[in-house]
Design a protein around this ligand. Structure first.
Ligand SMILES: *Cc1c(COP(=O)(O)O)cnc(C)c1O
Length: 483
């Protein structure tokens, strides 16, 4: 498709700028050397351009999007309505707190509900993404040990079934990593963990459910081993979609954690849009949380000033300007209030049910990496298929595109060869799941017939197989004018 600048016609379109009604000021020395080159188009052509662009994009509103680890669930439109309210969008972060009471109430209530859901005592909405929340949580662990003069704890244990961001965040926070292998059951190997703990261990980061979609059955034992050794336990809660309303990291012995509001709490994500990865913790760490704390002032409601904001004395500092991506918090609070206590739990239960339903319907032809009851996602290994037919996980994923389906996550987690990781989410109907199962089975049949043919997939998508490294590392995001 043509770019908007290629469609531009000189003189086309209209200017809707009102007449200048303030004194004109000379910008001497700051004028442009050449006129501003904006695309010139009629409103009609412009509208068609963006509609066409949207048609080339796959989102949850187009079709099934089982991208494992990403929780691409449906984003209820009511969340957007709330996030568009003037009272939330027309404010300035430096406005006095008494003129932004509604916004403070949102932050206060969202913190309370999310603490109830996770079993934490305090939460900061500053971090802008999951990995950013991990970084903040690790700073809490660091600050805690430092506050006790315990400076020899410089290492963080990260099991190999952790999300890839975990070791990266620990390094960013200045720790070194102690990696431990999973046992044959896909869970943390307790013997390896016992060997790894010691006086140099600051803590452990656990992704639970882990990246192979399993809830670690030894979780209480794991946090006990770490605590006994003087370390703290960090919970990567980006996969909370499997357990919210059912089990709480705070009850499992975790001291701090993060959530992905853009995943579990249904903010649209992907494409680098604004996210929110709140960092939560137990009471003894609250003083270290990043950013200010919203307090509900008792008995001052008549002054219209019942919520106030205070800086935390021993905070690790700001990890982002002001209060994080506030409108994502508005969406999350809306989501929680719309679902309610029972709905939150039902969402997780259905997410787990949907994943197990698909897994059971596929496992006779797609071997599962771990053939046990899964949580909200499952991982299959296409190793055998590739050996037998030449069709790889990539080939199968690309072929799914021709059926209007977004491919699952590929080649992740790294501990499974030829991995495809499927997360259907709770918002898909049984009919959609049945259709997807039929497509997966049909593609498997095609691979058996002629595995090599799948190398040419996709046939119907707007582009075939881009050079993925080049596309990620050197994307062309700027139009270059010929003169
Ligand atoms: C998505 C995810 C993250 C990282 O979240 P971002 O918002 O992409 O930084 C961390 N851990 C797990 C388990 C995840 O699924």
């Amino acid at each position: 498709m043509k770019l908007i600048f290629e469609k531009s016609m000189p003189g086309r379109g209209l200017s809707i700028l009102p007449k200048c009604d303030v004194p004109e000021v000379s910008l001497e020395g700051f004028e442009r050397k050449i006129d501003l080159r904006l695309p010139e188009m009629s409103e009609n052509d412009l509208s068609r351009h963006y509609t066409e662009l949207a048609e080339h994009t796959h989102g949850v509103n187009n079709g099934f999007y089982p991208l494992g680890s990403c929780t691409m669930k449906y984003n209820p439109k009511v969340n957007e309505e709330m996030a568009q309210l003037k009272g939330f969008t027309g404010i300035h972060p430096l406005q006095p707190a008494e003129t932004a009471q509604g916004c403070l109430e949102v932050m206060y209530k969202a913190e309370k509900y999310l603490c109830e859901i996770t079993g934490m005592d305090g939460m900061s909405f500053q971090p802008a993404a999951g990995a950013h929340g991990e970084f903040a949580g690790l700073l809490l662990i660091k600050a805690y040990h430092a506050s006790r003069g315990d400076t020899k704890r410089t290492k963080i244990i990260v099991p190999d079934s952790a999300h890839g961001t975990n070791p990266a965040s620990a390094i960013m926070a200045g720790f070194t990593i102690v990696n431990i292998d999973s046992g044959d059951d896909g869970c943390v190997d307790l013997e390896a963990l016992k060997k790894a703990v010691g006086e140099d261990i600051a803590g452990l980061m656990l992704t639970n459910p882990n990246t192979v979609g399993l809830f670690d059955r030894n979780i209480l034992e794991i946090t006990r081993i770490i605590h006994d050794a003087g370390g703290l336990c960090y919970y990567d809660g980006a996969n909370l979609n499997a357990i919210m309303g059912v089990a709480r990291p705070g009850d499992m012995g975790f001291d701090c954690m993060h959530l992905n509001l853009h995943k579990t709490f249904s903010s649209p994500h992907g494409g680098g849009g604004p996210g929110s990865g709140p960092c939560g913790c137990k009471d003894f760490l609250v003083e270290f949380l990043p950013g200010p704390q919203v307090l509900a002032g008792e008995g001052r409601k008549e002054e219209g000033n019942s919520y106030t904001m205070v800086e935390r004395e021993n905070s690790v500092g700001y990890v982002k300007e002001f209060y994080g991506n506030f409108l994502v918090v508005v969406r999350a609070l809306t989501y929680i209030l719309m679902l309610g206590r029972e709905g939150i739990k039902e969402a997780s239960c259905n997410a787990v049910l949907n994943a197990n339903y698909m897994m059971e319907a596929l496992k006779d032809i797609y071997p599962m990496a771990y053939d046990v009851t899964c949580m909200h996602e499952f991982v299959m290994s296409l190793d055998m298929l590739k050996k037998e037919t030449g069709a790889s996980a990539l080939d199968v994923a690309k072929t799914l595109l021709d059926y209007g389906m977004h491919p699952p996550t590929m080649y992740f987690p790294l501990i499974v060869h030829e991995a495809l990781m499927v997360e259907p989410t709770e918002t898909e109907s049984k009919e959609t799941l049945d259709e997807a199962i039929a497509v997966f089975r049909e593609v498997h049949g095609k691979a058996q017939e002629d595995g090599e043919a799948l190398h040419k997939s996709p046939q119907k998508a707007s582009i075939g197989r881009p050079d993925e490294v080049k596309a990620a590392r050197t994307p062309i995001v700027k139009f270059v004018f010929s003169e």
